[in-house]
Design a protein around this ligand. Structure first.
Ligand code: LER
Ligand code: MN
Length: 269
């Protein structure tokens, strides 16, 4: 059965954290009230919340963690898998170890979005070598803790490395690890993929988690995204993981969160 999540961050997260609700405890409570099954935590630092505190808030609200998102490690701290600076690589590895430790108890999934980094001026092979080196080290650490890393293809206006889901599958194959797979975001797919439903079906083996937003990145239902096509494809491939709402908090966070859950629960989930 598909479960429905929503992206949240702590109160002081930067606008670039890109979540719907802010304030960890408050958001978990609200998300439950609105009808979500779980929350995706976007963290800048794994120490933003202790395992004990998170466990207690989740239990109190009968909620789960869908995944730990690492976007702020890129957006607020400027860390990237493709960076060659050894000090920054060590800092990135340390942050991811904390995320993996958290995911080993909550949700079992850690996202790799823009934090994979840019190719920039480097030859592509050099950037990819840096990416593969970090991905492999983190997969070793994650494997021992039962955690899977999920790569998110992101559109060309935000990153220059791995934009489409087909490119994501190519990289998943190069990494070649059991605990390294992919999480399509339909907003990015709407820009980069030839056809959303067909691409989900073609890349079914790597669809491990899904981000949902409408064509304008507002709440699902508020744009012209073909959600019939998306959910028909997810049905065809027997998808039974998380679909997490990651949309702009428009017109305000609570309205966006409520509109999204109402639209999706009435039709698909
Ligand atoms: C992160 O999940 C994402 O989709 C990025 O576009 C955030 O900017
Ligand atoms: Mn996303």
């Amino acid at each position: 059965m598909i479960r429905l999540g929503i992206a949240i961050a702590s109160e002081n997260a930067l606008p670039s954290a890109f979540v719907v609700l802010r304030g960890l405890e408050k958001s978990i409570k609200l998300a439950h009230e609105y009808g979500y099954d779980g929350v995706e935590l976007a963290l800048k630092d794994p120490d933003e919340i202790t395992h004990e505190e998170l466990g207690s808030i989740l239990r109190k609200n009968s909620m789960e963690v869908s995944a730990i998102s690492s976007g702020q490690v890129f957006a607020a701290r400027g860390l990237m898998f493709t960076d060659s600076d050894s000090g920054k690589r060590a800092e990135l590895e340390k942050a991811f170890h904390g995320f993996i430790d958290l995911a080993s108890e909550f949700g079992g999934l850690v996202n790799i979005g823009r934090v994979r980094g840019f190719i920039g001026d480097k030859p592509r092979e050099e950037a990819e070598k840096l990416f593969l080196d970090m991905a492999n080290k983190l997969c070793d650490y994650a494997e021992k803790r039962g955690v899977t890393m999920i790569l998110e293809p992101v559109n060309r206006y935000e990153i220059d490395y791995i934009n489409s889901v087909d490119e994501g599958t190519e990289l998943v194959r190069k990494v070649g690890r059991k605990n390294f797979t992919m999480m399509p975001d339909v907003f990015h797919m709407n820009i980069e993929d030839d056809h959303i439903g067909e691409s989900l079906i073609r890349n079914a083996e790597n669809v491990r988690y899904v981000h949902l937003a409408d064509s304008n990145r507002h709440a699902p239902g508020d744009g012209h995204m073909d959600f019939d096509d998306i959910f028909s494809a997810l049905g065809k491939i027997g998808y039974d993981g998380w679909c997490t709402v990651e949309c702009l908090p428009y017109p305000d966070p609570d309205t966006a969160a409520q509109r999204a859950v109402k639209f999706l629960r009435a039709r698909y989930i």
